[in-house]
Design a protein around this ligand. Structure first.
Ligand code: COA
Length: 181
């Protein structure tokens, strides 16, 4: 488990039943387990819903929740990827998936870390949750000798464009779409 202290100013001190200060803003990050499947489905469907104005994400299948359960259960079993969950005040507030992906056959590096499914619940945004999730993904990649991270983000997501630039991810390709039907 990786611990991060969020940077916003502390509120007046209160105590929980466990004796821990109620204003303890520690963010902990842990790999998800199969028992987190329901949470993962909810967070990742919320992410899709937030992108519903985008030409790719507007066409959600009616049985998406069932498909999501099957797909994410398989992802949780895969040895080549990890789903990290961020918790604060004992509640899950964010998610990030990282896959060890193969590179292009003629090019270096042979493998890279591919980040997807990044979502922080609205009430926890702008408090360092994504930074904490990304730190965990970087540690996971370094432990596997992965030297590069890649990701896609929706080009109409102004916050994501700003966030990824701020975190050192620069645009190197554009995905273009032309509908034929
Ligand atoms: C994008 C998202 C994951 C960011 O998560 P977060 O936990 O709020 O991000 P952090 O607090 O760790 O911010 C990291 C840095 O990104 C930048 N940033 C974050 N939110 C920002 C915003 N709304 N506007 C401008 N910059 C922002 C800042 O540079 C910030 O560092 P700072 O707070 O030290 O200045 C979150 O807004 C979200 O879930 N959005 C909806 C889903 C989504 O768009 N996912 C991305 C798909 S690719």
């Amino acid at each position: 488990m990786i611990e991060h202290q969020a940077s916003h100013p502390p509120a007046p001190e209160r105590r929980t039943h466990s004796g821990r200060p109620a204003n303890d803003r520690t963010i902990t990050v842990r790999p998800a387990t199969p028992s987190d499947l329901g949470l993962i489905v909810n967070l990742r469907l919320a992410l899709v819903r937030e992108h519903r104005a985008n030409p790719i994400y507007e066409r959600v299948r009616p049985d998406a929740p069932d498909r999501a359960r099957r797909l994410f259960a398989a992802q949780l079993r895969s040895p080549d990827e990890v789903i990290f969950l961020a918790q604060r005040d004992e509640q899950v507030v964010g998610i990030l998936r990282c896959v060890q992906a193969g590179g292009l056959p003629l090019l270096f590096p042979p493998t890279h870390g591919y980040i997807s499914s990044v979502y922080v619940v609205p009430r926890a945004r702008r408090q360092g949750v994504l930074r904490a999730l990304l730190d965990a993904a970087i540690a996971w990649c370094v432990a596997r000798d992965i030297t590069e991270l890649r990701l896609h983000n929706a080009s109409d997501n102004a916050v994501a464009n700003t966030v990824w630039e701020a975190l050192g991810f620069h645009v190197v390709e554009h995905l273009r779409l032309r509908r034929l039907a």
